[in-house]
Design a protein around this ligand. Structure first.
Ligand SMILES: C[S@@+](CC[C@H](N)C(=O)[O-])C[C@H]1O[C@@H](n2cnc3c(N)ncnc32)[C@H](O)[C@@H]1O
Length: 223
């Protein structure tokens, strides 16, 4: 397992994070806890890693004990957090599993201190839109990524990696408007795709040139 460094998008996502030294951080959908541990190496005072999966949390705990990291089982659909407790909220590739995103954003906004930041990545909606995600090869052998029902938002069932995984498809407009509705100020939006230099280094990423893989967003709670 290569952790954060195995993810080609990590340097770009990392660049969106504020200085974590002395900060109280929450990682929403922390998985194996890679980010929680990295945040501590950056000087974070305390990191709360939340995930719905006991199995993921078990693996995270087994990867190293640290009194500055707390892992807790929590469902982001019904999350409760104490108000004005965190300087930074972070989430990588978990929000597209959450149906009640408006409620989660309201909770996160309340849980941040004034001036606090939320930085997150989700699968780009070009990925979550098609009813049957995948490449199509046309008569000339060109591979294209069909967009099917971009405007039809809601659950999409996929059988990629695991069978019957349900992701919530939201357009970029909906995601940004939900953030604005929760009271956040949008600071930065990135539709991430690998650069030419990355493709040179990892040729298997070449097909990702076709469309952005991820949506990264940085928002803040007003001071
Ligand atoms: C693709 S993994 C990403 C894990 C980690 N953030 C990373 O980037 O390595 C998605 C994670 O979100 C978690 N997750 C999915 N739905 C969730 C929910 N409703 N509440 C909490 N965690 C959830 C999964 O258990 C999984 O660990």
């Amino acid at each position: 397992m290569r952790g954060l460094d195995g993810a080609p998008e990590w340097p770009s996502l990392r660049a969106l994070l504020p200085d974590l030294a002395g900060k109280r951080v929450v990682d929403l959908g922390c998985g194996f806890g890679w980010f929680c541990r990295w945040a501590r190496t950056q000087g974070a005072a305390h990191v709360l890693g939340l995930d719905v999966s006991a199995k993921m949390l078990g693996r995270a705990r087994a990867m190293g004990a640290d009194p500055g990291i707390e892992y807790e089982r929590a469902d982001l659909e019904t999350l409760a957090l104490p108000p004005a407790t965190f300087d930074v909220a972070y989430s990588s590739l978990a929000f597209h599993y959450v149906e009640n995103f408006a409620a989660l954003l309201a909770t996160v906004h309340r849980a941040l201190v004034p001036g606090g930041k939320l930085v997150f990545s989700v699968e780009h909606p070009i990925y979550t839109a098609p009813a049957h995600p995948g490449w199509v090869v046309d008569a000339e052998g060109r591979r294209t990524w069909p967009i099917d029902g971009y405007r039809v938002e809601g659950p999409r069932r996929t059988d990629w990696l695991a069978k019957g995984v349900v992701k919530q498809h939201r357009s970029i407009g909906t995601t940004l408007n939900l953030l604005i509705g929760a009271g956040f100020t949008i600071a930065y939006v990135d539709e991430w795709a690998p650069s030419e230099a990355m493709i040179q280094a990892r040729p298997e990423l070449a097909e990702e040139r076709e469309r952005p893989m991820f949506l990264f967003v940085t928002v803040g709670r007003s001071a």
